[in-house]
Each structure stands twice: as structure tokens, then as C-alpha cells.
Design a protein around this ligand. Structure first.
Ligand code: AMP
Length: 220
């Protein structure tokens, strides 16, 4: 079996992070930790966190740093991540979160941060056609829907347009990305952890590019 890895994947909404992270999680046999999925699960379960996060998410804003850092800190303490590593999808999203993550992972630092690079005009088109399973988060699109009706191929859940993929929220989320998350690219470059990978084209080819970038780092 391939050795594990501690990974962060950055990229605009709609860059294909979710799809690629699922594949990387299988390839390296490490848990896929998607903070957006964790928050959506909390919303569905009606927990205190879910109630606080719902409106913020629907508006396309960011959940406060201290809340997110708490969630990720707790998750990274579980044995599955300390054993083989993990892939973080959707965290960090601000410099304050990156600083907190560096402190949390001081004993076992990140191996590499992938920036999945897809230009804004391309992600805008992808997001408008994106549909997702309300139960497991699997992504589809209007041009590649699930096999039977709008029911998830994975779990049978209903496949719908996410509230935060509606046009107003998309605009807001992309603006938040440029203002708050894009600075992380320089931040990780300065720490010599960044690999920029072209996220356009066939998803299998993108996965291959990412794996090559990660393995080159780990062997260096
Ligand atoms: P995603 O599925 O990654 O696009 O996340 C959906 C929404 O969850 C985001 O638009 C934010 O409102 C919230 N969210 C997820 N991860 C974070 C994070 N690291 N920091 C702040 N908010 C987050």
C-alpha cells in the first residue's frame, strides 16, 4: 500500500476540489476532511453549530475562524488522521486559519499544499450547472446527472442545486475567495509547501497531475 500523506487542497469554488479530493483520499488511503460537508451535515442534523452556520453559508459568507479551527482541531485528533494522514478540503480559507493549522500540526507538519488552478470564468460556468447530493455531498452537473432521476448513484439521496450555488451567493463566495483565501497561495509559497496544478481538462488527467506533484514532493 502507498504511504499516507498530510495534504491541503486549495482552489476556487468549482475548481473540482471535491472530486479530486475523493480520488486522492482513495489513492493515498487517507480520510477526506471537507469542512463544507461537515457543516452541511451539522445543518441537516440541526445541531447548535448547524443553526449558527446555516444563514452564513446560504449567504456565501465564511463561518468565523475560531469555529472552524475548533472543528478541524477536534477532527485531526482522531486516530485515523494521526496514523496515515489526511486531505483537507475547504480548510484553511483564511491566513488566520492557516496559522492555526500550522500550530495544530506542528508535531506532524503538512507534506504539501495543492493549488488546483482553474480561472474564474471557467468555475462560474461549472458552478451554475453543479448539482449535489443532499445526503453525501457527491457532485453532479446538469450535463452529467445521476443515472436514475435526480437520485444519488452513491447513496440514493436527493440531488439538487445547493443554496450557495445560486447566482448571488456564487458571486459572494468567489469574492470572498479572492479577498480571504487567495492570499494563502503566497503564504504557502513562502513556506515552500505550494504546488500549483492546472485543474482544467479531463478529471483523470487532473488526478494524475496532482499525484505526480505530491509524489515528487514527498520523494524530494
Ligand atoms: P464548501 O463546500 O467548501 O464550498 O463550503 C461551503 C460553505 O461552508 C462555505 O461557503 C462557508 O460558508 C462554509 N465553510 C466551509 N469551510 C469553511 C472554512 N474553512 N472557513 C469558513 N467557512 C467555511
Amino acid at each position: 500500500m502507498t504511504s499516507g500523506a498530510r495534504l491541503v487542497v486549495l482552489g476556487r469554488q468549482g475548481a473540482g476540489k471535491g472530486t479530486q479530493c475523493v480520488r486522492l483520499s482513495r489513492h493515498y488511503v487517507i480520510p477526506h476532511i471537507a469542512t463544507g460537508d461537515m457543516l452541511r451535515a451539522a445543518v441537516r442534523a440541526g445541531t447548535e453549530l448547524g443553526r449558527r452556520a446555516k444563514q452564513i453559508m446560504d449567504d456565501g459568507d465564511l463561518v468565523p475562524d475560531e469555529v472552524m479551527v475548533g472543528i478541524v482541531d477536534e477532527r485531526l485528533e482522531r486516530g485515523d488522521t494521526t496514523h496515515r494522514g489526511y486531505i483537507l478540503d475547504g480548510f484553511p480559507r483564511t491566513v488566520a486559519q492557516a496559522e492555526a493549522l500550522a500550530a495544530i500540526t506542528e508535531a506532524r507538519p503538512l507534506d504539501v499544499v495543492i493549488d488546483l488552478d482553474v480561472p474564474t470564468e471557467v468555475v462560474l460556468a461549472r458552478l451554475a450547472s453543479r448539482r449535489a447530493c443532499v445526503d453525501c455531498g457527491t457532485n453532479y452537473s446538469t450535463s452529467s446527472p445521476p443515472r436514475y432521476g435526480w437520485r444519488c448513484d452513491n447513496c440514493g439521496g436527493e440531488v439538487v442545486q445547493r443554496d450557495d450555488d445560486k447566482p448571488e451567493a456564487i458571486k459572494h463566495r468567489l469574492a470572498a475567495y479572492e479577498a480571504k483565501t487567495a492570499p494563502l497561495i503566497e503564504w504557502y509559497k513562502d513556506r515552500d509547501l505550494l504546488e500549483v496544478v492546472d485543474g482544467q481538462g479531463d478529471p483523470d488527467e487532473v488526478t494524475q497531475r496532482v499525484v505526480v506533484a505530491i509524489d515528487a514532493r514527498r520523494l524530494a
